[in-house]
Design a protein around this ligand. Sequence first.
Ligand SMILES: Nc1ncnc2c1ncn2[C@@H]1O[C@H](COP(=O)(O)OP(=O)(O)OP(=O)(O)O)[C@@H](O)[C@H]1O
Ligand SMILES: [Mg+2]
Length: 385
Amino acid sequence: MPLSLAQIIAEKRVIVVVGAGGVGKTTLSAAIGVAAARLGRRTLVLTVDPARRLASALGLEQFDENVQRIPVADFAAQHCVVSAPLDAAMLDVKRTFDRVVGRYAKTPESRDAILNHPFYRQASTTLAGTQEYMAMERLYESATSGQWDLIVLDTPPSAHALDFLDAPDRLVGLFDSRAFQLLLKPTQKLRTGPFRAGSVVMRGLSRFTSVEMFSELLQFFSHLSDTFEGFVEGARRTQALLRGPETAFVLVSACDATSTEEARYLRQELQKQEMFAGTWIVNRVAPFPTAPALAGPELETQLEALLVALGPEAIGGDERQAPRTAKLLAEAARRLGTLALADARVVATVHSLARDLQVLPVPRAPDEPDSLAGLFRMTEALLDG
Ligand SMILES: Nc1ncnc2c1ncn2[C@@H]1O[C@H](COP(=O)(O)OP(=O)(O)OP(=O)(O)O)[C@@H](O)[C@H]1O
Ligand SMILES: [Mg+2]
């Protein structure tokens, strides 16, 4: 029997929510957090870029990285019963990077030289992979702080869903790359070789950038290289946490071929990396309108009788409109049925792609699930089975 999401929420220490862009990762991360609060687990949802209303529901209006608490009473005020408060925080790449540099720099001087360097602000937010790497660092910090039973990590909308998995490797790869080493290591040689001031190369370069800027850049990278071992070690630790028995990945796709394929590929890669995919959520599944009999030809007759019973007001004051309105309503109901059938086929496909996984359809909510009550309603589907 594969583990159910309810078991994963009850037992694991880290849940990482992954999937293609826009499938509902952020919403589901928040809803998984609410489900954990229902089960009484002290939980932190680490979220990336939530939409404004969802951020506000989570108490994150300030869009900063401080942990915000949603007390049990706030849930109760929305008629939602939970047995633990829920904490949430935004991922702030720059501030996590600051802490990481502070942790990995060998001396306070080296740390300050990096943090105060003019290139730092730029590098800390734009270097390839930094967002993903810092998400992993923040995850590690939170998971080892002892403050929470469970950390739910939302992942950034990457062009490629796997980017965050090998982000630590890529950042380390950058430090390790030949180009980088060439810039760093032979600083002496650079000053006397083709890069010496006044050389042809330097004169050529100065047409594009000032010599001062180039040497500042060099200096910056040489300070940064001081943190190299720390970064490698950090990457190793987070990879170990992600591979460990306390972590589960939750795959999310929507009811379309592209995001289904992406989740399938993602799962395959997780398997290669020996990471545990626990549940595959198929999100925004169109619910079947009603019992199948209602989609039959008798639907119109039933609707017409209903409209007549409701009185002229239901059909704009004209009872003669009842058959026409009933026809339109019946057509709409049938279309909903067709959509539901199409989505049910997608769910069946996912079942066949992942026989050894729990496949969990989550219905499309009638309103955007961006309030505490909306997230609470979603937990019904999440804790099901
Ligand atoms: N089950 C659902 N029913 C209805 N709407 C949903 C559901 N799940 C998510 N949504 C809506 O879908 C939209 C996208 O959701 P969300 O922002 O969570 O996706 P995401 O995967 O985090 O996107 P990104 O990759 O851009 O970060 C939002 O408007 C959200 O309210
Ligand atoms: Mg998101």
